[in-house]
Design a protein around this ligand. Structure first.
Ligand code: 5GP
Length: 239
């Protein structure tokens, strides 16, 4: 168990900006974070590994997971369903690991609502032209899907001001972006020292206060958004 409260870090940004490549590189470099694997109904692309890049599941199974409350967050992105299985995230937090989730901008907004202490990082392209170039060059979408993603990208860029941090993913600049994400995590860890921050995903509190610190009266955080401690400040997500 780490000596500081584990963080929930959201890495978001428009499709095609390079979030996956960034996080993949961080995994390969052995960063000690828990990288949540999303479940999706999107067809598997060549080169993707089930259980590593995504859990590729059927729509029926996805619906079942929604109904059982097994997803931390889910969204329909470009016509496919994407969602983060709750249990592995819960387990990682119990073990004191910092968790990184990679989600689209609507998912980031949901996480912020249900876990206000989550740290939101927006991965931005250096320009819209560069984003369009990257999306076209990766050739993973059908022409219609590509057009849809390009159209939505502009709107996704407009959500940037609601994020806590921005990392610009420069062409050939992955190392810089990774070290910036690392610096953000370090800064967030320093910031949280002294805060009373209890993460709950529905069961018992997962993490107690840091030691020897004056507790500050912050509301507990509920990732399932269902429970409320009597007397605690309102921390229910907006319905
Ligand atoms: P792709 O199909 O290109 O892998 O991903 C499409 C979009 O879905 C990306 O913006 C990606 O970040 C987003 N995405 C991946 N996993 C999740 C998730 O668990 N929740 C949400 N809301 N979006 C996700």
């Amino acid at each position: 168990m780490s000596s500081t409260t584990p963080l929930l870090i959201v890495v978001s940004g428009p499709s095609g900006v390079g979030k996956d490549a960034l996080l993949c590189q961080m995994k390969d470099l052995g960063y000690p974070y828990f990288f949540a694997v999303t479940a999706t109904t999107r067809p598997q692309r060549p080169g993707e590994t089930d259980g590593v890049d995504y859990h590729f599941i059927t729509e029926a199974k996805f619906t079942d997971m929604i109904e059982r409350g097994e997803l931390l967050e889910w969204a329909n992105v470009y016509g496919n369903l994407y969602g983060i299985p709750k249990k592995p995230v819960e387990q990682a937090l119990v073990e004191g690991k910092d968790v990184i989730v990679r989600i689209d901008v609507q998912g980031a907004a949901t996480i912020k609502r249900i876990a206000p202490h989550a740290s939101l990082i927006f991965v931005s392209p250096p320009s819209m032209e560069e984003l369009q170039r990257r999306l076209r060059e990766r050739k993973t979408e059908s022409p219609a899907d590509l057009e849809l993603r390009l159209k939505i990208a502009q709107r996704e860029m407009e959500t940037l001001p609601s994020f806590d941090y921005v990392v610009v993913s420069q062409k050939d600049g992955m190392d810089v972006a990774i070290s910036q994400i690392e610096a953000i995590i370090t800064a967030e860890k320093c910031r949280r020292r002294g805060l009373r921050f209890t993460v709950r995903l529905g069961g018992e509190p997962l993490n107690a206060e840091p030691w020897n610190l004056e507790p500050i009266d912050l509301p507990e955080v509920f990732l399932d958004g269902k429970e409320k401690i009597p007397g605690a400040a309102s921390n229910q997500p907006a319905q």
